[in-house]
Design a protein around this ligand. Structure first.
Ligand SMILES: Nc1ncnc2c1ncn2[C@@H]1O[C@H](COP(=O)(O)OP(=O)(O)O)[C@@H](O)[C@H]1O
Ligand SMILES: [Mg+2]
Length: 255
């Protein structure tokens, strides 16, 4: 098995001397190729901070992070921008589609930037559009489609270049439950058929139940982890709710 992400003793403090806030401490975890990992924890636990650090958007105060064999903490800004483009895929809550481009143009952007030949671009855009069920809206502009369709377009764009690691922060946060289910089913399918490696931050136990493993953080520290293994999604959902309940605060949503 190939390890895609290796985090060793990652710490993150915000603020200045005399007014320091520890957002993450002693976070060590590995993500193997083909995993679909959820990150959960109460509001303020440090989930987005962790995702931002893995995304190379933010840097840890200390600790080591290896993604696909490369140490991202010591990497120059120039190398990082190539690294982000070639190795990482991002799915955000607010889609980040470009309004002046069609859905198809949005999706093919990462391939065009990597100078992939146009016949290959055509093939890959159609393939990913089929996975996410958006073939019929490829020529439309973002303002012409629904939130759920926008998120499936954004997910297609994140995945089309076959990144080593797909990072998603609350991807279902702005979606109605039907659209959320459709996105999550597509992500699961992609994870199963393509062995895409996905890390998804979510506060929603239903969304997390699509993952194969869920890591819980609390007050910036690892709290627990659950493996789905032979459980059905419903059983896994129940196990997730139990851990959230033990964390207190009632931060989870009902199905
Ligand atoms: N740029 C920042 N400056 C200061 N504090 C921050 C910053 N970003 C996050 N924090 C703090 O770090 C903690 C974790 O935040 P975050 O990672 O966004 O939590 P979560 O995503 O789990 O809700 C919170 O207490 C938050 O206020
Ligand atoms: Mg957050």
């Amino acid at each position: 098995m190939k390890t895609i992400l290796q985090a060793k003793d990652v710490n993150k403090t915000f603020g200045t001397k005399g007014n320091l806030y520890t957002a993450l401490q002693h976070i060590s975890l590995n993500i193997e190729e083909g995993e679909f990992v959820g990150i959960m924890g109460p509001s303020g636990a440090g989930k987005s901070t962790l995702l931002n650090i893995f995304s190379t958007i933010d840097t840890p105060t200390s600790g080591e992070i290896i993604i696909d064999g490369q140490n991202i903490v010591s990497m120059s800004e120039e190398k990082l921008s190539d690294f982000r483009r070639n190795k990482l895929g991002f799915i955000f809550q607010d889609y980040n589609l470009l309004d002046t481009l069609t859905v198809k143009e949005n999706i093919l952007l990462p391939l065009a930037l990597s100078k992939v030949p146009s016949s290959e671009i055509e093939r890959r855009v159609n393939e990913i559009a089929d996975t996410f069920g958006i073939r019929a809206i490829l020529e439309k502009y973002p303002y012409q489609i629904s939130g759920g369709q926008k998120q499936r377009a954004a997910a297609s764009r994140a995945i089309v270049a076959n990144p080593s690691l797909i990072l998603a922060d609350e991807p279902t946060g702005a979606l109605d439950s039907k659209s959320a289910t459709s996105l999550l089913e597509s992500l699961s399918m992609l994870n199963a058929s393509n062995r895409s490696t996905i890390m998804m931050v979510t506060h929603d136990a239903n969304a997390a139940s699509y993952c194969k493993r869920v890591i819980f953080i609390n007050d910036g520290e690892l709290f627990r982890e659950l493996h789905k293994e032979e459980s059905t999604r419903k059983q896994f959902f129940q196990q997730i709710i139990e851990v959230l309940t033990s964390l207190g605060g009632g931060h989870h949503d009902a199905v």
